[in-house]
Design a protein around this ligand. Sequence first.
Ligand SMILES: CC(=O)N[C@H]1[C@@H](OP(=O)(O)OP(=O)(O)OC[C@H]2O[C@@H](n3ccc(=O)[nH]c3=O)[C@H](O)[C@@H]2O)O[C@H](CO)[C@@H](O)[C@@H]1O
Ligand SMILES: C=C(OP(=O)(O)O)C(=O)O
Length: 420
Amino acid sequence: MEKFIVQHCAPLRGTVRISGAKNAALPILAACLLTREPCLIQNVPPLTDIFAMIALLEGFGAKASFDTSAQTVSVRAETLSAPSASYDAAGKMRASFLAAGPLLARLQSASLPLPGGCQIGSRPIDLHLKGFSLMGVSSRQEHGIVDLWCKSLRGKPIYLDFPSVGATENIMMAAVLAKGTTIIENAAAEPEIMDLADFLRKMGADIQGDGTDTITIRGVKELTGATHTVIPDRIEAGTFMAAAAITGGEICLEGMGEDLLKPVIAKLAECNVKTETSPEGLVVCRKGRLRPANLKTMPFPGFPTDMQAPFMSLLTLAKGTSVITETIFENRFIHAGELQRMGARIKIESRSAVIEGVEELTGASVRATDLRAGAALILSALAAKGETEISDIYHIERGYHQIDEKLRRLGADIRRAQSS
Ligand SMILES: CC(=O)N[C@H]1[C@@H](OP(=O)(O)OP(=O)(O)OC[C@H]2O[C@@H](n3ccc(=O)[nH]c3=O)[C@H](O)[C@@H]2O)O[C@H](CO)[C@@H](O)[C@@H]1O
Ligand SMILES: C=C(OP(=O)(O)O)C(=O)O
């Protein structure tokens, strides 16, 4: 297994290109199962989760190929041989369960392992199942496998107890080919859902209201193939903004606008970090000391839970005390223990973390416990005195394409080594 070795670095400077969004590309690839015709998806980041999704689609009988240098994936699901996947193929990735909606729509059945993903809470799938059940789907769970089947999918009003991103996407993908109209209330409004809806519309789906809390989907008879370019990854962008902030540098995020990043930009401003749009992209810089800030993670357009760990890294070096409240996942503070090894002062009190800023962090041996926790450790390592060794970096590679290379181009000293 590989690890990162990171030295303290000078303020990062330069331009970085942000990849396509993993959390948009994954449901869009699953949606390719909805048509017999060829689909071409552009700006797909070559990440381990994406390779796993492509292998999953192939397991169902789709033909898929990934041109990693062009970052395009072609999928043709002309015939689907089997609507089932093994634990090895699907169990480790949360997004694997997003195949359920398209498989139900195409084959009226699906058999998938309970999904994995980052260990940041219990992450049930009850909202996905409640939505499917209202649409006429029966389900059974045995030995970690979820079996789903129906005669046909019926459009229905569906109220979600919580605006779950995955449940909204899965129900939307099932509803596009259902008989009648589905109205999802208290739907998630994340930009990745709007990107999926854009792709589905290009395929011929009738969807309105995505990006709001009420999405209306009128089922159509069939969908065609389509070409789509995935939106940029707002979490990767936010992570590089935090890298500029923690090192006191200046980074331009090439081609990026403010739209996807408003909650992050507002919180950075509170922390004394400026963001400006320029013809080249979004420019982020910090000159004075980081200021403390309180933040609460919320569904979009609130502050994204996926940016919580990177912000904790920033706030460990702010002048004063900050409070982070995590409302989305019940166990998303594991990185606090690792940051403490580097000299951070953090106290966890139930859903909140109280962070007392310190003058300096020091390099240590730490472990990436999940994707964004790993990104947070890299950020802290850039600012910490001396050398930091980060193990279990496979978590980081689920969501950041060549993060080490991109950081090196900005002046960071980060290299890979084999873990002993
Ligand atoms: C692949 C992908 O896009 N992952 C993102 C997606 O995850 P994911 O789609 O898993 O996140 P959800 O929005 O579904 O989960 C939010 C909360 O709802 C709960 N819940 C969810 C579904 C359900 O059936 N029952 C239930 O109780 C979850 O346990 C969690 O506490 O949105 C999260 C919230 O923005 C992000 O952190 C993840 O990066
Ligand atoms: C939690 C994340 O991913 P997943 O839902 O795939 O575990 C993430 O992208 O931060």
